[in-house]
Design a protein around this ligand. Structure first.
Ligand SMILES: Cc1cc2nc3c(=O)[nH]c(=O)nc-3n(C[C@H](O)[C@H](O)[C@H](O)COP(=O)(O)O)c2cc1C
Length: 173
């Protein structure tokens, strides 16, 4: 099975995790980038107005693979906007895919993600893993948004999360 890992990351966490998993599989890893620089302001506008930003590489590269494994952050309860163009491509070019995220998780468990993925791609993901930085921090006091938002995954976290992901992927790939 020809697998591609596609990641988008604003502050580095999802890209680092995607890179570890791609090495472990092994699979090719492509990073989504944007010609325009991303700011907190454009994050909020994209999420409020459900905009699909221009990204590189173009989604038609997905046509060369049997299984697409997306990695990206959650913003305001939704999948980060820079992955949208690739999700949309799957609607007209159905492929088996998975979605994995390391998000903050301080406020909630992002319950709308699977519905959003189904709406954007037309089908449910074969694998869905929403991991939380809040679960990597001491439970007491309960991690707040300010604790999770500045957090950068270290080598120990990366090893732990990659192990969990590889175990879950075993049944699918
Ligand atoms: C504007 C913004 C909104 C966010 N909203 C959420 C959210 O709704 N749920 C959540 O779990 N994490 C949320 N986060 C936290 C990110 O998902 C988390 O920091 C993630 O690890 C960042 O990934 P990255 O380093 O790959 O960009 C938000 C972060 C930003 C910047």
């Amino acid at each position: 099975m020809k697998i591609i890992v596609i990641s988008y990351s604003f502050t580095g966490n999802n890209e680092a995790l995607a890179s570890c998993v791609a090495k472990e599989l092994p699979a090719e890893h492509i990073r989504i980038s944007e010609p325009k620089s991303r700011t907190m302001g454009t994050i909020i506008l994209d999420m409020i107005f459900s905009r699909t930003p221009l990204v590189q590489p173009a989604p038609d590269i997905l046509g060369n693979y049997d299984f697409i494994l997306f990695f990206g952050p959650v913003w305001m309860g939704q999948v980060a906007a820079p992955l949208r163009a690739h999700f949309k491509y799957l609607k007209t070019h159905p492929h088996k895919y998975g979605f994995i995220s390391i998000s903050g998780g301080a406020d909630s468990t992002n319950p709308k993600l699977t519905g959003e993925l189904r709406k954007r791609t037309g089908v449910d993901p074969a694998v869905f893993i929403d991991m939380h930085i809040a679960d990597l921090l001491p439970a007491n006091p309960k991690p707040a948004r300010k604790d999770t938002s500045a957090y950068q995954l270290d080598d120990v976290d990366m090893k732990k999360l990659t192990h969990t992901i590889m175990k879950m992927l075993k049944d699918v790939i």
